[in-house]
Design a protein around this ligand. Sequence first.
Ligand code: NAD
Length: 392
Amino acid sequence: MSAQSTDIHLRKLRMGMVGGGEGAFIGAVHRKGALMDEQIELVCGAFDEVPERGRAFYSKVFIDPERAYGTYREMAEKEAALPADRRIDFVSIVTPNHMHFPVAETFLEAGFHVICEKPMTTSLELARQMRGIVERAGKVFVLTHNYTGYPMAKQARALVQEGKIGEIKKVIVEYPQDWLLTRLELQGQRQALWRTDPKQSGPAGCLGDIGSHCANLVHYITGLEIDELCADVTTFAAGRLVDDDVNVLIHYSNGARGILHASQISAGEENNLKIRVYGDKSSLYWSQEHPNYLYLYAPGAPVQIYRRGHDYLSPMARLAARIPPGHPEAYIESFGNIYLAAAASIRAAESGVEPAERLDHPGVEDGVRGLAFIETVLESGRTRQWTPFKEF
Ligand code: NAD
């Protein structure tokens, strides 16, 4: 093995992964996103809840078999005992939702930085506890609300911050999918199985899975906080134990009105996340399925289209692009951008030296806000009342 610098600014960060084993969905996306900028290397993992399958996975990701662990606890213990120039810098948690908290707690307490999938936990109470653990550990905590990693989401945020939109009056965000139109979980489909089991997904189904992305994206672009909301939470598939369709009316703190709709039973839809932000000067429109274009509408003027990769974009939007305009960048790069930002945060935390420029990423506060959103929507759906946003 060639010698590697011990200076954290001159070497790759060492990443471990919990979850993301054979047949898993998002773990492979994380690995591609994390590794694409040559800042990070995968060195170990506890990839599966079945220890033998997790250990065998070393041959698929080409890591040292000794470092494909049977359980996440064994991984935290053994990695913490390795010399500083070998052990991981951070762990990436890509398990079903109910495991986020115990795994994050274990690694934070063992002294590692954490990148965690959303929703951060399965309850607001656990989310608040997580915030306390992160504060006490003094470690970096990154939440992969990856839609904030798209260059055009960053451009939308910059336009709002520049005042281009004016005072925001209304936000419409929607995320329809169709993949749970039938009871796929009864056919044993892995991703459907745990997402429809409240013991693993938490009390929210579609709401936690993709509604949480909608709420996070609105907050990221507009900075608006929710005052109160009125939700209609439905389970269309007979016998399913969690929601599969959610419609929410929202009052934001500045008086703006919002409509948020997430659905996994909308026939023919793929991943049709869209956001419209209406201000008193102009309006924005962005669609995740055509992510390299951001539309600006103003009364009496032609439509303006911001396109990824151009010099006229905001610094954050420019930093988030890799290749020339017109060559599409999308989902995997959005994770790449979260990992780039995470790597910068970890290097800064370890060395005390901030880079001259860097991308932003969601963190533990976004996770707590996300769980407050989920619990407020569920309560409003149950009581059929306008409900104040929960303290978080
Ligand atoms: P998945 O079922 O495809 O994969 C989960 C993996 O976790 C599997 O490899 C499983 O073996 C492993 N696992 C379960 N328990 C474990 C344990 N105790 N120890 C080690 N490994 C364990 O699920 P998925 O669709 O990849 O979702 C995983 C997480 O990612 C969820 O929290 C989900 O909400 C989130 N997610 C986020 C996005 C996004 O766009 N940001 C997209 C999909 C999923």
